[in-house]
Design a protein around this ligand. Structure first.
Ligand SMILES: Cc1ncc(COP(=O)(O)O)c(C=O)c1O
Length: 403
């Protein structure tokens, strides 16, 4: 018999979302008349926008003709799309050949961890999008979690109210891989340009590479806040950026993302990281869907950009409603101003206990903060990706938490 991969054996059970689903089901069985509303997950709910939909249909029809059919494309993506991402989204801060188009940023995060391998220290914000930690464990970069839920070999960088949800940079490991997500999932915190400049400086001093996750960059409303780490001087020598069309134009199901690997980024000894990333992508990835890429091109045309901005504004309208609803109940929260998540504080209480209370009293599903890391204890996350009518109703029910 083949021995089980010890890295997989080290991985704790995928607990969070199955457990949420289990508790929701159990509540529904006990309360068959309750109309449960989910403000828990980060999945989009609005339909694709008209211009993008039209282009997708046209692209599908072209594929049904002999002249318009295409099979495998370049693994790095359509040249036109790479150029458009570099131009429209980065204003030329990155070059088209530094943009690698993919089937989404979650998949890229997994492949990046494969590229880095298991032999390096990893640092993550705590709390963080779970894929950074779990992907690192699968790649063998961590040992089994202790009783406190923290894996060995991973540096957890506390992001708490006291530090404005921005970690202590002095804690970065030497020669390590640092995951940093801004706007952050789950806290909704966004790094300023000055703060990112400090991160870049520290990463350079310690020989670290940052994986900057900008999946929610389009949700930044404050024009002074950076949407890309490449707005910061020096980032090209120490950062990789992942991003996606999922949350900006509702491609969570269509699947399209990209990773930027600057050509200056090098390994110890000087060989370029981009060459290895290219090798990974051409070996175990076969290119993003040709249809999805046509959708991405449409989303970057002026009409697609306008539609995307309206879509984001719609979800941010939900975030505003949730923020007001929480404030009306005296519940402190952060995020929601430049991010589609609100991080609601219930100091001294267990996240799961708060989750249960909101489910029982309001019939609303949230996400317990402890599922994103030990420092998430005492918080629950509200997502702004629900349908407007559901958000309005869910917010109205929050009054039941009072008293
Ligand atoms: C922080 C963060 N990064 C990446 C992703 C994954 O996005 P994609 O749909 O591009 O795989 C998500 C999805 O929720 C996310 O929250």
């Amino acid at each position: 018999m083949i021995r089980r991969n010890p890295a997989l054996a080290a991985l704790a059970a995928g607990y969070l979302f199955p457990e949420i689903a289990r508790r929701r089901r159990a509540f529904q069985e006990g309360h068959p008349d309750a109309r449960i509303i989910s403000l828990g997950v980060g999945n989009t709910t609005e339909p694709l926008t008209p211009h993008v939909t039209r282009r997708l249909v046209e692209a599908a029809e072209r594929l049904g003709t002999r002249a318009g059919y295409t099979g495998y494309g370049d693994e790095q993506g359509l040249a036109e799309l790479r150029a458009k991402i570099a131009d429209v989204l980065y204003g030329g801060l990155v070059a088209p050949d530094e943009v690698f188009v993919s089937d989404g940023s979650k998949c890229d995060i997994g492949r990046l961890q494969l590229m880095f391998g298991g032999g390096i220290p990893v640092a993550v914000q705590d709390p963080a999008y779970p894929v950074y930690v779990d992907g690192s464990v699968i790649a063998g970069a961590a040992s089994r979690a202790g009783a406190d839920g923290r894996y060995g070999g991973i540096t957890y960088l506390p992001c708490v109210a006291e530090n404005g949800f921005m970690p202590d940079l002095a804690a970065l490991p030497r020669d390590g891989l640092v995951y940093f997500c801004s706007p952050n999932n789950p806290t909704g915190a966004v790094a300023t340009k000055a703060w990112l400049a400090g991160l870049v400086k520290e990463a350079q001093a310690k020989g670290c590479i940052i994986i900057f996750d900008a999946a929610y960059s389009e949700y930044i409303r404050d024009p002074a806040l950076p949407r890309s780490i490449f707005e910061v001087e020096g980032a090209r020598t120490c950062a990789i950026e992942v991003n996606s069309f999922s949350k900006s134009v509702g491609f969570t199901g269509v699947r399209l993302g990209w990773t930027v690997v600057p050509r200056e980024l090098a390994w110890e000894g000087g060989s370029p990281v981009a060459a290895d990333w290219n090798r990974i992508m051409t070996t175990i990835f076969n290119g993003a869907s040709n249809l999805a890429q046509q959708g991405g091109l449409a989303a970057l045309e002026p009409e697609g950009r306008r539609e995307g901005a309206a879509l984001v504004a719609h979800y941010m309208g939900n975030a505003d409603l949730i923020a007001k609803g929480l404030a009306a109940q005296g519940i402190a929260s952060c995020g929601g101003d430049n991010a589609p998540y609100l991080w609601a504080a219930f100091p001294g209480r267990s996240s799961w206990e708060v989750f249960e209370e909101i489910l029982e009293r309001c019939h609303v599903v949230t996400t317990p903060g402890s599922g994103f890391g030990p420092c998430g204890e005492g918080f629950v996350r509200f997502s702004a990706f629900g349908r407007r009518e559901d958000v309005v109703e869910a917010v109205g029910r929050l009054v039941r938490l009072g008293g």
